[in-house]
Write a protein that binds this ligand. Sequence first.
Ligand code: GDD
Ligand code: MG
Length: 363
Amino acid sequence: MTEAKEAILLVGGKGTRLRPLTVHTPKPMVPAAGVPFLSHQLARARAAGVEHIVLATSYLAEVFEPYFGDGSGLGLHIEYVTELEPLGTGGAIRNAASRLTAAPDEPVLVFNGDILTGLDIRALAATHTASGADVSLHLTRVEDPRAFGLVPTDGDGRVTAFLEKPETPEQIVTDQINAGAYVFRRSVIDTVPAGRPVSVERETFPGLLTAGAHLQGMVDSTYWLDLGTPQAFVRGSADLVLGRAPSPAVPGRCGDRLVLPDASVAPDAKIGGGSVIGEGALVGAGARIDGSAILAGAVVGPGAVIEDSLVGAGARIGERTVLSGAVVGDGARIGADNELRDGIRVWCGAVLPDGAVRFSSDQ
Ligand code: GDD
Ligand code: MG
């Protein structure tokens, strides 16, 4: 069988809340292009023929189920598995496998839950079947591979080593990294030890290689983005709206902007670069918004300038305030005539008075 019908989506672990964007919302549920980020991965898996998805989480599982339910709204059957303590990537896969129905020889997809990608999922499954591998990995090339798993391959694409987050220059042997999408033969998942934390990157993959297993890499230069930082998240949302990152879950047509229902935008406001204006949000006269995500119910005052930034749900941005590369948490209030730049993160609910912060010289 070439097509994989089942998938495990990893959405747990320690670093997966996009704080302080919103304190209670785990990153997979923060809206990107108007819908919870996870919707894009689920819709892409569905479009590639996946029918059954096990969501492996270790915290706040109750935020997923009320939204996605049994998955039938997406044409999927979704099950939820919650770890009592985070089991690591390998432990989470092993734990979720109790819900799989695939036979020992059948392929099972596994996805990191924080990746936005145009990966041809069917092609990965086809590569897996054609090569007869035990596990097949989507690989991508990046300029600086240090924050990732390095995956050198031989002339046939066969994986020769797996080096997670290399620490010495000698370990940087390739610019090919693990892109966080795999096809496992089901029986391989069943060999991962149960009931204890296991890192698929640090333990399972190196162990399989040592034991002589066949790990196959598929290098693919399609759109790929790790949403590990709020800035990356903003970029990803804009790329979804622009259509650079393909997703069937974008509500509406791709283009320069996405204005959701009940949002109100002044006629002379300029919105572009893949910006999203969330439901019920208000954008005042003369405001300029570029490459940014304005979440539901936020208010952008007249003359404000917002680029490459994220404005949380219900937050208020005062008149003439400038945001560039900023993240403003849910419900925060930024007064008029402020200037916030370059990675600043305003905590949820925080209040900044008028004219409190500037970067440019005094006038
Ligand atoms: N259920 C569960 N339990 N999920 C987990 C756990 C856990 O204990 N730990 C991590 N995850 C999930 C995360 O939610 C995320 O979706 C995925 O597994 C990867 O974990 P990260 O913590 O985001 O890892 P990373 O980004 O540092 O590195 C991983 O991704 C890179 C690509 O972005 C590795 O797989 C690298 O090899 C890879 O290059
Ligand atoms: Mg990650």
